[in-house]
Design a protein around this ligand. Structure first.
Ligand code: PHE
Length: 357
């Protein structure tokens, strides 16, 4: 009968555990590592000698050695963690600043880094598309006087069109009526006024921003939402330019298989006016519930600048013409990402928001 190479296993294990205990600094322990758990450990030597055993004994001996190795490795890891903490405490103590009552601590909790929300991302993508087409980007105030939000846009007091844009009124105790803007169109007026004042026509601008309406939120409406307005004032601008810009934008943002169409509509500040629709992105034009089986989804309004608007801002309509359009940024995000219910945008449910990181 041969003597098993593992006859002295427990003695070896005890010796290894002692070596682990005797290391009093991290450096000492690390220096011992190859002899305790590494290739130069007695356990590795024993492992090799198992090959000499009869096959029927080998399995048992292997398991025994494996258990011994695991015990030693655990003891080594525990000691190592302890010595690492001790050495870290020493470093901290040495680095300690004497600031009286102020204690300097180290922070090891990783900071969660956020990301822009889906509406902000969509707004930037839309801006990028229009910038590539030669438009510059401006913004305008969210709180407007009645003049900018309505009257200069050819919507006089008591005009029935005001019903479309019912809003929140701001009571500042001023004689003037002040509202939360119901669309980005008042920014058109600001831009045209300042272009006239600084003699800097033509204008090719897009104006994104937040708008408000007295709407009850539902799957497709929010009381606070976002629009992007477009304005071109130049010489010889026609409806064909408007249609071309809308179609180019639609392909650039939604893809080659999505097109646009214009349908006659009414807006007091454009003449003629149109609603612009795009191929439904849910059914790709086949007809579905979202598009009420029409294959089209309305995105916004547009039209040629009404002579009354040009007159209100002092632009000579014989020399200049132009067009404007405005559509919902939230609606674009909804269409591009197939978000069934728009209220998800304001619910602050991080499980929803994280999908767009
Ligand atoms: N401001 C309009 C709306 O919010 C959209 C529009 C913009 C229409 C520009 C025509 C021209 O409904």
């Amino acid at each position: 009968m041969t003597i098993s190479p593992l006859a002295e296993l427990s003695t070896h294990v005890t010796a290894l555990l002692n070596r682990i205990e005797q290391a009093v600094t991290l450096e000492e322990l690390l220096a011992e590592e190859p002899f305790i758990v590494g290739k130069r450990s007695i356990l590795s030597t024993l492992q090799k000698s198992l090959g000499a055993l009869a096959p029927e004994d080998r399995k048992d001996a292997g398991a025994q050695l494996q258990a011994a190795r695991r015990g030693v490795e655990e003891a080594y890891a525990t000691r190592r963690t302890m010595l690492e903490e001790a050495s870290r405490a020493l470093v901290l103590e040495a680095d300690r600043l004497d600031l009286g009552d102020v204690v300097v601590t180290s922070v090891s909790v990783p900071l969660a880094v956020g990301h822009p929300g889906i509406v902000a991302v969509t707004q930037r993508q839309l801006e990028d598309v229009f910038v590539t087409m030669g438009f510059a980007v401006s913004d305008g105030p969210e709180v407007e006087s009645d003049w900018y939000n309505f009257e200069a846009l050819n919507i006089p007091p008591a005009h029935p069109a005001r019903g479309l844009w019912d809003t929140f009124y701001v009571d500042l105790g001023e004689p003037e009526t002040v509202v939360l803007r119901t669309h980005t169109s008042p920014t058109q007026i600001h831009l045209m006024e300042s272009a006239v004042a600084s003699d800097s026509l033509p204008i090719h601008r897009v104006m994104p921003g937040r708008c408000y309406r007295r709407d009850t939120p539902d799957a497709r409406h929010l009381a606070a939402f976002h629009q992007i307005e477009g304005l071109v004032v130049d010489r010889g601008i026609t409806f064909a330019d408007l249609a071309g810009v809308i179609e180019t934008f639609t392909h650039a943002y939604f893809g080659a298989d999505i097109s646009s169409r214009l349908r006659p509509a009414f807006f007091p500040f454009t003449e003629p006016s149109a609603e612009f629709e795009i191929t439904c992105t849910i059914c790709r034009g086949e007809g579905c519930r979202t598009c009420s089986q029409t294959g089209w989804i309305e995105l916004g309004g547009c039209g040629m600048l009404d002579p009354a608007v040009l007159e209100a801002v002092g632009i000579d309509g014989d020399e200049w013409s132009g067009f404007a359009f405005g559509f919902g940024i939230d609606r674009c995000a909804q269409m591009r990402h197939q978000i069934a219910d728009m209220r998800a945008l304001i619910d602050n449910d991080v499980r929803f928001l994280r999908q767009f990181s």
